[in-house]
Design a binder for this molecule. Structure first.
Ligand code: PLP
Length: 353
C-alpha cells in the first residue's frame, strides 16, 4: 500500500507504562480519509496526531451523525505486533454506518491502511504485561449546514492510545445496578450501532448509579423493563445451571466482538451455551434456587469483567460469594493468552501488522 505519510517532527510525550490509564495518551500519528458524493472515499493519508478545524455548523455537532469502533493491538513475546479480529471490527463499523446513513468503507483497504498506521507507530505498543494499544476508528458527518438530512461529506479518522493493564492487581469484581427507570435503546432504535447517541443516553443513569457506589448499570429492555440487555459498554453473560447464557442479538444491543469470541471459546470446550432472552425475574429465581453461579461482562477494554453483586429494586444479589468463578477465570485466561500470543490461536483471530 502506498499511503501518503506526513511524519511528525515533534514526537508526542510518553508516559511510563505503569502509569497508563485508558485513552489519555495518544500516539504520534493518525489515519485520515474523506468522503464526498463525487469522489467517494478518497485521500487516505497518515498525518501527525493533532486537532482539525471544523465549522461550528458541522452537522455532526448538531445531529450526532457519527459512529466509532474500538479494537486493540498487542505485543507478543516474539516482539510481533498483532491485531485482535480487525476484520470483524471493520465489518461492525460498516454495520453501524448503514444504520446511521453513512457510506460504507472498503474493509480490505481500510484494514491495510490501519496496519500501515500501527506499523508506523509500532513503538507505542506497550511492552509491559497487561498493557496494549487501543485503536479508535471514528467516522463523522462533516457538511457545514443545519438542515436535518444525511450529510454529503464525511471524515474517517483513526487515533491510537497505549492503555494500561485493566487489572494491575488481579481481577476486581464489580457491583452493578440493574436499571429499572432509564432505558438505553429500544428495538428499532440505535442500540445495535456503535454510535455516540447511545452513550449520551446512558450518562445520567451511570452518574446516578456511581453516586450510589455502583460501577455500571445493567440495562433492561425499553418496553417491558424486564429482559436483560447489556452493561454500559459491555455485553453480559450468566452461568445458570452449568449453562453459559447471554441475551440474543435482537437489534437493541451491540454485537460485541468479545461476546462472539467468548461464545466461540466456550463452544470449543464443549460448554453448553445459549443466546436467549433472560428476564430479571429469571435471574432472581436462579439466584434463589442457588443455580446462578457466575456473572461477567465482556468488552474490548476489560476483556472480561467479573460481577460480584447485582442490585435490583432494593435487593442485593451476591454472586459466588463475591469471588471470581472458574468459568470466568478460564475464559479470561485463555482469551488474553490468545491476544498476547502466549498460547496458540486456533481461531485465526490474531492478524499481524
Ligand atoms: C463496544 C461495546 C460493547 C463491547 O463490544 P466489543 O466488541 O466486545 O468491544 C458492548 N456494548 C456496547 C454498548 C458497546 O458500545
Amino acid at each position: 500500500m502506498s499511503l501518503p505519510i506526513l511524519h511528525t517532527r515533534t514526537p508526542r510525550p510518553r508516559v511510563p507504562e505503569a502509569q497508563l490509564g485508558f485513552g489519555q495518551v495518544f500516539t504520534d500519528h493518525m489515519l485520515l480519509m474523506d468522503y464526498t458524493t463525487q469522489a467517494g472515499w478518497h485521500q487516505a493519508r497518515i498525518e501527525p496526531y493533532g486537532p482539525f478545524a471544523l465549522e461550528p455548523s458541522t452537522i455532526v455537532f448538531h445531529y450526532g451523525q457519527a459512529i466509532f469502533d474500538g479494537l486493540k493491538a498487542f505485543r507478543t513475546p516474539a516482539d510481533a505486533v498483532v491485531l485482535f479480529r480487525p476484520q470483524r471490527h471493520l465489518r461492525r463499523l460498516n454495520a453501524s454506518a448503514a444504520r446511521l446513513c453513512i457510506p460504507p468503507l472498503d474493509e480490505a483497504f481500510t484494514l491495510a491502511a490501519l496496519q500501515e498506521l500501527v506499523r508506523l507507530d509500532a513503538d507505542w505498543v506497550p511492552r509491559t504485561p497487561g498493557c496494549s494499544l487501543y485503536i479508535r476508528p471514528t467516522l463523522i458527518a462533516t457538511d457545514p449546514a443545519l438542515g436535518v438530512h444525511p450529510s454529503r461529506t464525511y471524515r474517517f479518522f483513526v487515533i491510537m492510545s497505549p492503555v494500561g493493564a485493566y487489572y494491575p492487581e488481579g481481577f476486581k469484581p464489580v457491583k452493578i445496578l440493574v436499571e429499572d427507570r432509564y432505558v438505553r435503546a429500544v428495538s428499532g432504535g440505535l442500540g445495535a450501532a456503535k454510535t455516540p447517541a447511545n452513550y449520551a443516553a446512558s450518562l445520567l443513569a451511570a452518574e446516578e448509579a456511581q453516586a450510589q457506589g455502583f460501577s455500571q448499570v445493567l440495562w433492561l429492555d425499553g418496553i417491558a423493563h424486564r429482559y436483560i440487555e447489556e452493561v454500559g459498554s459491555m455485553n453480559i453473560f450468566f452461568v445458570i445451571d452449568e449453562e453459559l447464557v447471554t441475551p440474543p442479538l435482537e437489534g437493541s444491543i451491540l454485537d460485541g466482538v468479545t461476546r462472539d469470541s467468548v461464545l466461540a471459546l466456550a463452544q470449543s470446550w464443549g460448554i453448553r451455551v445459549a443466546e436467549r432472552r433472560i428476564g430479571i425475574d429469571d435471574i432472581l429465581a436462579a439466584h434463589g434456587a442457588g443455580n446462578l453461579t457466575e456473572v461477567f461482562g465482556t468488552g474490548t477494554a476489560a476483556v472480561i469483567s467479573p460481577v460480584c453483586e447485582l442490585f435490583y429494586k432494593g435487593q442485593t444479589i451476591v454472586i459466588n460469594d463475591r469471588k471470581v468463578g472458574p468459568w470466568t477465570q478460564r475464559i479470561y485466561d485463555t482469551l488474553t493468552a490468545i491476544q498476547w500470543g502466549t498460547t496458540p490461536d486456533p481461531f485465526g483471530w490474531m492478524v499481524a501488522v
